[in-house]
Design a protein around this ligand. Sequence first.
Ligand SMILES: Cc1cc2nc3c(=O)[nH]c(=O)nc-3n(C[C@H](O)[C@H](O)[C@H](O)COP(=O)(O)OP(=O)(O)OC[C@H]3O[C@@H](n4cnc5c(N)ncnc54)[C@H](O)[C@@H]3O)c2cc1C
Length: 443
Amino acid sequence: MDKYDVIICGAGAAGLMAALVLKRKTHNNVSILILEHKDKPGKKLLVTGNGRCNFANDCIDEKSFRGEHPEFGYNVVEKFDKKAMFDLFYDEGVLTTSINGYYYPRSLQAQTVLNMFLKNDKNIDKCIHCNENVTDISKKGSSFRIKTDKGEYEAAYVVMACGGKAFSVHGSDGSGYDLCKKLGHHITRLRPSLIGLKCNGLDFKTCQGVRAKGRLTLKSNNKKVISEYGEIQFAEYGLSGIPVFQISRYASFCLADKHKTEIVIDLASEYEYEQVEHIMWNLVHKKKKKLPEVLNAFVPVKLAMAILKKENINPDTAKADRNIIQTLAGNLKALNVNVIADMGFEKAQVTAGGVDTNDVKNDTLESKINSNFYIIGELLDVDGNCGGYNLHFAFASAFLAASDICRKVKSKNDNKSGQNTDRKYKNTKQTGKGIQRRNRSHY
Ligand SMILES: Cc1cc2nc3c(=O)[nH]c(=O)nc-3n(C[C@H](O)[C@H](O)[C@H](O)COP(=O)(O)OP(=O)(O)OC[C@H]3O[C@@H](n4cnc5c(N)ncnc54)[C@H](O)[C@@H]3O)c2cc1C
């Protein structure tokens, strides 16, 4: 059976960063095997940020991450903040650029980031076994036995970087949860996040393709859950766009709990209701505008038509009295739609839920249940907002885990070389030769 110092399960963002840090910090002096069941490493990384790879954000605080212990994500990224990440990227030849506070590689190509991991002097690409699926991990004394569909390996340290179960076409099929569960870790409830929501209560066919700025408020059993502002995309099935993504994990949990799940959209959030009514009344009665034109003063015409349809108002025959103006103003300020489903894990960017963060240490990502077993990236119960937070967490958790392994390997080596020195010292006493210098540390 082949033995390695470290086996990393999964060659995604987190697994590759762990390998890079291990190689950098030990000057290529640990044996690493990366097991990846897809035919190539980093498949999901390549599609992030529409192929541009958004890996950090200027706005980051405790609220950027969610999970049963939402503070965990922020505690981790604080220890490998964007400056530390950009310094590492720079050292590896990757320049960064900001677009409105969202950070990307300067090339605006995710491939540049993947190349940083694979095309360097550390031969990480040669450590990867592709098309090899990890099927079982067990403890064997102080080390681990890793079974795959192709063979069996032994390792002193294991890094679990299998991702979640979102967008499984790129590899993360949820198998990491079972592997961690078998070793005693608790898995929290899993739901898709950063995803569009299927809705009814509006004729979405009429307004599909519309993009409109607005404030969304998610309600569960009539109680406000969360509110987000931004550009909403109206799709044939319902709602999409960044503010919808941001609230989607909450909507998904509400639906799973069979709660009445609604979204109230304020399409004129910079105005008070009374102002909207007043403007509309004047447009109708002073400027002699028709109802679709009046609504179109606030929203795109297709959305105006969908609102009229929702209220069964025929714009050609309806009399624009106070009642009708109030109804339409009410829709602009609080357009109510029902959420009936999320678009599912296959279309989600991220998984909400995962390995309980209570089971790992937040400074090293080492399991509290199995020492020398590390769990990083999306596999953990940490889901970030849309905007670079998930990759930042994947990279930061990988950095901390790999640094801890390096520290342990170093202290093991120091102890060994210390023992050797002691032995040699004893020998020199006996033989009268000079004391040998300790091996220079590589760390
Ligand atoms: C379309 C899309 C766009 C996104 N855009 C962004 C963005 O711009 N910014 C951002 O921050 N986040 C973005 N994300 C989220 C981000 O990609 C993930 O959070 C991040 O990739 C997680 O990294 P990871 O290494 O933990 O998991 P992954 O990147 O999913 O990697 C896990 C790897 O493990 C492998 N694997 C799994 N199980 C096994 C097994 N049993 N045996 C062997 N191999 C296994 C998988 O094949 C995969 O290669 C996006 C996601 C999607 C789907």
